[in-house]
Design a protein around this ligand. Structure first.
Ligand code: NCD
Length: 309
């Protein structure tokens, strides 16, 4: 497809070939992302980051990507210092940012915010997470991580653990993985299961899915163990959060049951769901995964601004 001007709202807007093209370009960007090679690809271009929700990796890796390609950035990390505080609508904020920049990265607590923004923007919108909805660029970097750290995506057995209800990264990832030939295993407490619309669509797309009852069972033949944080901020009732807060924990002992070649991924931030003792084991891939956000976002920024094809 022609990516120039494309709004990245959901991974479902891409087909498998589009995703593979982005991953191929991202792979080539790794030396620039590491600072080993310089680039002026985005010289003269401006990226606006509008973050209505907290973020560390998503915002910083987008900024790192843009700056390392010779572009510039503007934006905010906290809406309390903006006119949103005075009651300005998202539509108006987007109209303004679109007049001041060449591409907009938006993170917002409301599901559907990025789709709405795309209606009011003259420049490409990139969804940096919309509530419990989607997080397409996280998915692209997750796929790059699987490809680089396990060698391929097709044929892999992938276990998704934790908050599958409110975790937007696992919603996007499930849709994307359904385009590949993978086996998906879901492990979540009864109150935090994968939404039925995500399950149904993944099945319609041909995904092989199953639910596991215990984490022990789910790690046993997995190639990828994708762990998520319980999304405390999205629980309507704090008492409900307390019931599931520490339900799963990845420990070195648990990983003794896993294949030697298995990798543990996490979109981060982690709270207690992966013990620090796992960080120095061969399984830990989550910090590399966070790095892959930079080359992946470089590729996407280049494509949607028309600098790359
Ligand atoms: C995730 C998010 O914001 O959805 N973080 C990220 O972007 N890497 C996951 C989370 O907050 O748990």
């Amino acid at each position: 497809m022609n990516f120039k001007g494309f709004h990245t709202v959901s991974v479902r807007d891409f087909c498998r070939e589009d995703i593979e093209h982005i991953l191929d370009l991202a792979d080539g960007m790794v030396p620039i992302a590491r600072g080993e090679k310089s680039s002026n690809l985005m010289k003269g271009k401006l990226m606006a980051t509008l973050f209505f929700e907290p973020s560390t990796r998503t915002r910083l890796s987008f900024e790192s990507a843009m700056l390392r390609m010779g572009g510039n950035v503007l934006g905010f990390a906290d809406p309390s210092g903006t006119s949103a505080k005075k009651g300005e609508t998202l539509a108006d904020t987007i109209r303004m940012a679109s007049a001041y920049s060449d591409v907009i990265v938006l993170r917002h607590p409301q599901e559907g915010a990025a789709r709405l923004a795309s209606k009011f923007s003259d420049v490409p919108i990139i969804n940096g997470g919309d509530g419990a909805g989607q997080h397409p660029t996280q998915t692209l970097l997750d796929l790059l991580t699987i490809r680089k750290e396990t060698g391929k995506i097709d044929g892999r057995k992938i276990t998704l653990v934790g908050d599958l209800k409110y975790g937007r990264t696992v919603h996007s990832l499930t849709y994307a993985l359904a385009m590949f030939d993978v086996e998906l295993t879901f492990v979540a407490p009864p109150t935090l299961q994968m939404p039925s619309e995500v399950m149904e669509l993944a099945k319609q797309m041909g995904a092989k899915t199953r639910k596991a009852n215990t984490i022990e069972e789910a790690v046993e033949d997995a190639d990828v163990i994708y762990v998520t944080r319980i999304q405390k901020e999205r629980f309507p009732d704090p008492a409900e959060y307390q019931k599931v807060a520490d339900i799963y924990q990845i420990t070195p002992e648990l990983l003794e049951r896993a294949k030697n070649t298995a990798i543990v991924m996490h979109p981060l931030p982690r709270v207690k769901e992966i013990l620090p003792e796992v960080d120095n084991t061969r399984y830990a891939a989550y910090f590399k995964q966070a790095f892959y956000g930079v080359p992946t976002r470089m590729a996407l920024l280049g494509l949607v601004t028309g600098v790359l094809e």
